[in-house]
Design a protein around this ligand. Structure first.
Ligand code: ADP
Length: 470
């Protein structure tokens, strides 16, 4: 029995130990579980707090978005309104422009009509004055004659004002055409200077000019260029006090001719210079008002110079004077009825087409020429006729151009005759070969006829100048 009991107790103790171990394990597990729970809870709390912050941020952002949206709506509205206003003003500007164009056209037509209508009675006034001053209707005493001359002068002045208005309307409506013709520059300037000499003398103004002697003709519309010079010169006189000076100088630079008209007059304030060529603009000076004028002269001058592909510039200093300069395109060409006509150009060219084209072109500029087709003939002709210039092709049969040039240069009478070598080879070194052989100029084919003409002119002018300085 005791044994049984002891056995039972041992079993119970064993069970107790197992239970104690299990209890311990459960406790450890519980502790671990509790720790995990704590961590989970902390994590949960963090998640909750993050979510809350995110919700707040979202709420704030949507508030901001809403505001931005409202703002953009307002902006779009404003833009739409601005666009509408712009459309309305554009339409108004368009209508105003249309009205302005109509008004301008009507004004031009009106001015043209008025000018035309005024010219008819003026013809009567001027014609009658001429008859009276010429004493075709009987003799007049001195006082009567002087009165008629005054009437005539006033009539002429009125006519020039009317012409100016007509010119301006013609220019504005694009109806002024110019006809370019070769004109001698010094003659052109001299005529304008002579025309105002008596007016200058009345004011005791010294009128001088410096025009280089070696200038050639210029392609201009003679009548219109006189208008330009007359206008600038009469302004110079008008705005120069008694005893002043006016100087007209001409200068030729690379492809341009510059005509300066300088006075010692009242000058123009710097801030007015940019408006000086505007129509109806007048500097509000005392002398200006005293002398009147329509304020369109310079506008006409600028436009006429523009029609010649030229330009006008001005330098001025108040109290010291002004200098107006017109710049015109200028390719020196010899007068067609002068020296050029007397100058024979020898064309040595074996290509018939080239020769025909060159001949036709030179002919239209009044040059005389002789055409030969090989070097031998060229030498023979040159020795016999002594041409003013030789245009020498290089590749020619019988005798080539280089040999011909050398032979021509060997002749003491032909050492200075300009020879323009023209060749289609145009290889590097060709030019040197031609120049070494004795050519004055080298031109490669195909050449522009205008370029050839300018080379011919330059050679002839240089040769003439050399002759003149000897
Ligand atoms: P107008 O001489 O008929 O007034 P212009 O168009 O010829 O008209 O000239 C415009 C203005 O330019 C003149 O009124 C004058 O104020 C100024 N002006 C022109 N030329 C000169 C000059 N040489 N010296 C000073 N002022 C000048």
């Amino acid at each position: 029995m005791d044994q049984q009991y002891e056995q039972k107790i041992r079993e119970l103790e064993k069970e107790n130990r197992i239970l104690a171990k299990k209890l311990h394990r459960s406790r450890t597990n519980l502790a671990m579980l509790e720790e995990t729970n704590d961590r989970k809870e902390a994590l949960l709390n963090q998640v909750i707090s993050d979510q809350k912050s995110a919700e707040i941020a979202l709420a704030l952002r949507s508030e901001e978005n809403a505001k931005l949206y409202q703002q953009s709506q307002a902006n779009a509205l404003q833009l739409e309104q601005a666009l509408n206003e712009l459309r309305i003003s554009e339409e108004q500007v368009r209508q105003q422009n249309e009205q302005l164009a109509i008004a301008l056209r009507l004004k031009d037509e009106f001015l043209a009509t008025v000018s035309h209508e005024l010219r008819t009675p003026l013809t009567g006034i001027l014609g009658m004055s001429e008859l009276l001053t010429g004493e075709f209707l009987g003799s007049l005493n001195r006082q009567q004659l002087e009165s008629i001359v005054t009437i005539e002068n006033c009539g002429k002045h009125l006519l020039s004002l009317i012409e100016d208005i007509l010119d301006l309307t013609r220019i504005e409506s694009g109806q002024m055409d110019i006809v370019l013709q070769p004109c001698e520059i010094d003659k052109l300037c001299q005529i304008s200077l002579n025309a105002i000499a008596s007016v200058a003398a009345k004011k005791n103004i010294h009128l001088n000019s410096i025009i280089p002697a070696n200038l050639r003709t210029i392609q201009v519309d003679e009548k219109r260029l006189h208008q330009v010079l007359d206008n600038l010169l009469s302004n110079a006189i008008k705005f120069t006090p008694e005893g002043g000076q006016i100087l007209l100088t001409v200068e030729a630079s690379h492809q341009q001719l510059h005509i300066h008209i300088k006075d010692t007059g009242i000058g123009i304030p710097a801030e007015e210079l940019e408006h000086i060529f505007d129509r109806f603009f007048q500097v509000d000076g005392k002398l200006n008002r005293q002398h009147g004028g329509l304020g369109i002269g310079l506008a006409i001058v600028k436009r006429i110079v523009g029609l010649h592909q030229g330009s006008i510039s001005v330098f001025s200093k108040v109290g010291e004077g002004s200098c107006f300069t017109i710049h015109l395109p200028y390719t020196p060409t010899l007068p067609t009825d002068g020296e050029a006509n007397q100058s024979y150009i020898l064309i040595a060219e074996n290509d018939h087409t080239t020769a025909r084209i060159v001949i036709a072109y030179l002919k239209s500029y009044g040059y005389r020429f002789e055409w030969v087709q090989n070097g031998e003939e060229a030498v023979r002709y040159a020795e016999r006729e002594k041409p003013a210039l030789i245009l020498m092709d290089i590749q020619m049969p019988i005798m080539n151009g280089l040999e011909a040039i050398k032979l021509i240069r060997n002749n003491p009478n032909l050492q200075t005759v300009p020879i323009i070598a023209a060749t289609a080879l145009a290889m590097q070194g060709d030019e040197e070969v031609c120049l070494q052989a004795g050519a004055t100029e080298y031109i490669s084919k195909p050449f522009r006829l205008k370029h050839l003409l300018s080379r011919i002119d330059v050679c002839l002018i240089e040769q003439r100048d050399q002759r003149n300085t000897k």
